[in-house]
Design a protein around this ligand. Structure first.
Ligand SMILES: [Zn+2]
Length: 453
């Protein structure tokens, strides 16, 4: 079986139509692999079916395959990954006493926005299953334009704990095991999300915490089913306890105060991936103080004018008035420094926003640069490390032979300025070029960026 036949077979097994099997050769492009390897100029990358078939210097590339794309003056990097989102598409009813209201069109507009902004993978770590799992099903069936969706379904917590309102509540492992079995069988979580946070920070009162022994039992149970886990934590002590209870990843950095040197060394030694989530804390004061960011092109494209008007008026007024906004503003530089130290020591950060939009992912990258990381480090955090977080780095997250062809072709160098990740020439997901004109964006129809064949 030739390599080409092998890739075709893989594409067929993945449910893609055989007639749509296309090949592309991107010539004379600068490749930013995503793994932290130095950028390589004048490369040729061949995409065959849904995967990257070859990455070679153009000088030795041989005959092109399929459609030729001139990559001169352009930069090819992996598609972006946000490993901590909560997909839009539902809200509590106005009086908060009925069941939540599901809005598939809103979810699909948000998903289209991620793709438009260069995100080819999102990880939903806590949602109503009838929202996130419904859209995951459509995405995997190829029925909606969307990044790859990995989802936890319902998160799991202890009664009265953080996130309790949207969680499956487990108080005793043996007694509640059937709930876990049901969660695994019915929701097929790609990763389990647990919460482990007694709060008591900022203006929040203390709440109940899951006993660590129970945390350990649940993590082990999911691992025995082949499922990785991520744990919501916010301080150093609970992060440590979660790690030693077996957490595979942390859903947040430490944000309640500066981390100790021993914690930095431990994170580097363990290489536990953690989601960066600076944007969730910073977005309150950003809107309060700099609402003009809502006029930037990626916000105009991916939010409706009504949504932006609502943020500029009611949302902004509410956030200006509450202490939480200013607490998070105060803590953001502390959190940035915690992330910088752990990355500098060799720890594994993965881009996560704890938000629901593509532009938030680009803001996360800006904040990581503001934290003192280089654009090269940030690109690794936003691509390869996301795949590491998911346990899927063998399959995706880098521009390497055999990996899924989730790619971003840029018109400007993101190593010079991280905002050049917005200078998108084309987005490719699984070997298919996204046609922006077909995306149901909240900001209205977009122009196709890469001309059709
Ligand atoms: Zn979250």
């Amino acid at each position: 079986m030739t390599l080409k036949t092998l890739f075709c077979t893989a594409a067929l097994l993945a449910g893609l139509t055989s007639t749509a099997h296309a090949a592309y050769t991107i010539e004379h492009v600068t490749v930013i692999e995503g793994t932290g390897a130095a950028a390589r100029a004048d490369m040729t990358v061949v995409v065959d079916g849904e995967r990257i078939a070859r990455v070679t210097p153009s000088a030795v590339a041989g005959a092109p395959q399929g459609q030729v794309i001139d990559g001169r003056g352009k930069y090819l990097m992996p598609g972006l990954m946000d490993v901590h989102i909560h997909l839009a598409g539902w809200k509590w009813d106005a009086r908060h006493d009925g069941p939540p209201v599901i809005d598939h069109a809103a979810a699909e507009a948000a998903l289209a926005g991620y793709l438009y902004d260069g995100f080819t993978t999102v990880v939903d770590v806590g949602n109503l299953p009838e929202n996130s799992l419904y859209e995951r099903g459509l995405e995997r069936a190829g029925k909606i334009p969307s990044p790859r969706i990995f989802a936890t379904g319902n998160l799991i917590t202890y009664p009265g704990s953080h996130g309790d309102a949207m969680a499956i509540r487990i108080s005793d492992f043996e007694k509640d095991k059937a709930l876990l079995d049901r969660h695994i069988a019915e929701q097929q979580p790609d990763i389990l999300k647990l919460t482990y946070d007694e709060e008591g920070w900022g203006a929040r009162p203390m709440i109940t915490l899951m006993p660590p022994a129970l945390l350990h039992q649940i993590i082990q149970y999911y691992n025995e089913h082949g499922i990785r886990t991520t744990v919501h934590v916010s301080n150093e002590r609970r992060s440590l306890e979660a790690i030693y209870a077996g957490a595979d990843t942390l859903a947040h950095p430490v944000i309640q105060g500066p981390v100790s040197d021993s914690f930095v060394r431990l994170m580097a030694a363990k290489k536990i991936p953690f989601a960066t989530t600076l944007t969730i804390g910073e977005n309150y004061s950003r809107l309060a103080e700099h609402p003009e960011f809502l006029d930037e092109p990626d916000y105009v494209a991916t939010f409706s004018s009504a949504e932006r008007a609502e943020m500029r008026t009611h949302t902004r007024a509410a956030w200006l008035a509450r202490p939480w906004t200013w607490w998070m503003k105060l803590m953001t530089p502390i959190c940035e420094e915690n992330i910088r130290k752990i990355v500098a020591a060799g720890g594994v950060a993965a881009l996560g926003t704890d938000q629901s939009s593509g532009p938030a992912g680009h803001r996360e990258m800006e904040l990581l640069v503001q934290a003192g990381l280089t654009p090269a480090q940030v690109i690794r955090i936003a691509t390869h490390n996301g795949a590491v977080f998911l346990g899927k780095a063998e399959d995706m997250g880098s521009v390497e032979e055999g990996k899924l062809a989730d790619l971003l072709l840029l018109n400007a160098d993101p190593l010079k300025d991280i905002d050049n990740t917005k200078a998108i020439a084309l987005v490719m997901k699984g070997g298919r070029i996204v046609d922006e004109s077909t995306l149901p964006l909240a900001g209205g129809p977009a122009r196709r960026r890469f001309p059709a064949r």
